[in-house]
Ligand binder design. Structure first.
Ligand code: ATP
Length: 235
């Protein structure tokens, strides 16, 4: 579904990605783990067209998307849930969700997708007329995921969904991530510092160090890998 081939991405003179290659197959949950500053967010930003690579190739459903605008990338079926949620604090929950469907014209399906996200997160329906900024951190994460789902993505990019949330809320969010994958068939590419959680939910994983992929394996093997255990699982 998605392949990155030898991606090099820069912020001015700073090189954040130094030849990243990876692939995501349809129906998979893939976790990308790594330390602070390894380049995980930049990988997502490169895929979604916000930080386009200077060289290398990114293909989605067989088409090269390196030079495609972020809005067109959303229309092609890739949605990103950014780190720190980035919901619209002064818009209501419903208006935030409408923004997620901004590029769509299929009104009937938008309505059924709204019912779908309210089914996943009933608390959002209860809070639908409340400004997004008044929600708790966990509810804002639910809103950010739901807003991305309102674009009806085939591939959902999630950046640190566990960041700053209480363990119980994190557990709930990860159960829903799994549900979205299994019940909706949405492919998921997940970036996380909480490696243990991320690998438990994933089919396969990649480890990133200093702008490069240092390990690629099944999630099961990565969880059992001594180096991964020591560096990322605190075991
Ligand atoms: P974290 O888990 O802390 O979010 P990360 O693995 O997602 O880290 P990135 O945010 O992708 O890492 O950062 C990769 C490198 O690029 C870092 O060295 C970072 O300082 C640098 N970087 C990121 N964003 C910018 C920017 N807007 N301008 C300049 N350098 C940046």
């Amino acid at each position: 579904m998605l392949s990155l081939n030898d991606i090099h991405t820069y912020y001015g003179n700073i090189q954040a990605l130094k030849g990243v290659s990876l692939e995501v197959k349809e129906g998979e949950i893939i976790s990308l783990i790594g330390a602070n500053g390894a380049g995980k967010t930049t990988t997502l930003m490169s895929i979604s067209g916000i930080a386009p690579p200077r060289s290398g190739d990114i293909r989605f459903m067989g088409e090269s998307i390196n030079r495609v605008n972020p809005n067109q990338i959303v229309s092609m079926g890739i949605s990103q849930v950014p780190e720190g949620r980035r919901i619209f604090p002064y818009l209501t929950v419903l208006e935030n969700l409408d923004m997620g469907a901004f590029l769509r014209k299929d009104a009937e399906k938008i309505k059924s997708d709204l019912d779908y996200v309210f089914g996943l997160f009933p608390i959002l329906e209860e809070r639908r007329n409340q400004p997004g900024g008044t929600l708790s951190g966990g509810e804002q994460q639910m809103l950010a995921i739901s807003r991305a789902l309102m674009a009806r993505p085939r591939l959902l990019l999630l950046d640190e969904p566990s960041l700053g949330l209480a363990p119980l809320v994190v557990k709930q969010i990860f159960e829903i991530i799994k549900k979205i994958n299994i019940e909706n068939g949405t492919t998921i590419f997940l970036v996380e510092q909480n490696a243990n959680l991320a690998l438990k939910v994933a089919h396969r994983g990649y480890v990133m160090e200093n702008g490069r992929i240092s390990l690629a394996d099944s999630a099961e093997n990565l969880l059992a890998n001594e180096a991964v255990k020591k560096a990322y699982l605190g075991i």
